[in-house]
Design a protein. Structure first.
Length: 291
């Protein structure tokens, strides 16, 4: 899933004064956390670092002021620890009705959303795993070709042919299919070998660091929720979050705005390339912030 750039001015003006539905945000976070280890810090640990508590308070207060309508969220595991009493009456939405977060629980729920995002960003790897390897494909191609040759050679053995005649009898379709197995394995090996040796230009469309990619996405979420991305406040929280987790603070933490510009530049370059030999990468980045 690839996040889409937002028109901040129009989006912010449009969303000002509306309520906030957290379901999509929570579902995206839960989906990503499913494959991650349990976090080793909480928001209170983050707030123990200089400036972090004020940053949390400022972002939460800005959300409340920018989104004075109802805050909606469907009960789920990520909010479970806050208890069932955080939910009020059902409210009609464009989709199905959703429960409203009662006024007394709005700030605890928003604090929890900040905690979940920070934990997820810190837990993510600093690099995407490399899924494609030409060496691995070449090895597979070689193995297929050799095995295909062995299958074809085996079919020439007298006893094996007699057994095939005994088992398949007049089933000519199955006999013909079996006859082609060795040939098709060799063809598949040759095809994979050609694919592995073909030169192709890979065009990046996303920031290669999953942590930075998610941080940029979360900055867009905050912009949708508050009317501004709060890069400085988010940098303060991320700095404290990495320290709380006992990890070194990455350099990109202090340049979130630059990282977002980099992401937009990469996507524009990908759109301009649009060539047959350009390979679009798969992205684990969530979609654009939802409102």
């Amino acid at each position: 899933m690839v996040p889409q750039p937002l028109n901040s001015t129009k989006a912010d003006q449009h969303n000002s004064g509306q309520g906030l539905l957290l379901d999509d945000f929570l579902n995206i976070v839960q989906s990503e956390r499913h494959a991650l280890p349990a976090p080793n810090f909480r928001l209170k640990d983050v707030e123990s670092y200089p400036g972090a508590a004020l940053a949390v308070e400022r972002i939460v207060q800005d959300i409340v002021e920018w989104r004075p309508g109802e805050i909606l969220a469907t009960p789920g595991p990520l909010l479970e620890e806050l208890g069932p009493d955080i939910y009020g009456e059902m409210v009609k939405t464009a989709g199905s009705p959703r429960p409203r977060i009662i006024d007394a629980s709005v700030k605890p729920v928003l604090r929890k959303a900040l905690e979940l995002a920070l934990q997820t960003i810190v837990q993510l790897p600093s690099r995407d795993p490399r899924e494609y390897s030409s060496k691995r494909v070449l090895a597979l191609a070689s193995a297929l070709s050799k095995l295909g040759e062995k299958v074809s050679d085996a079919r020439r053995e007298t006893e094996l042919r007699a057994r095939i005649d005994c088992i398949f009898g007049e089933d000519h379709a199955s006999r013909a299919l079996l006859k082609k197995v060795g040939e098709e394995m060799q063809l598949a090996g040759k095809a994979l070998q050609t694919i592995a040796k073909t030169k192709a230009r890979r065009v990046k469309t996303d920031i290669p660091n999953p942590q930075a990619r998610w941080a940029v996405w979360f900055a867009r979420c905050i912009r949708e929720w508050t009317g501004r991305p709060h890069y400085a406040l988010l940098a303060t929280l991320l700095d404290a979050a990495f320290q709380s987790a006992g990890k070194p603070v990455p350099k990109w933490v202090g340049r979130l705005e630059i990282e977002q510009h980099r992401e937009m530049t990469l996507r524009r370059e990908w759109a301009r390339s649009n060539t047959v030999r350009s390979i679009p990468p798969e992205s684990s980045c969530p979609p654009h912030p939802v409102t």
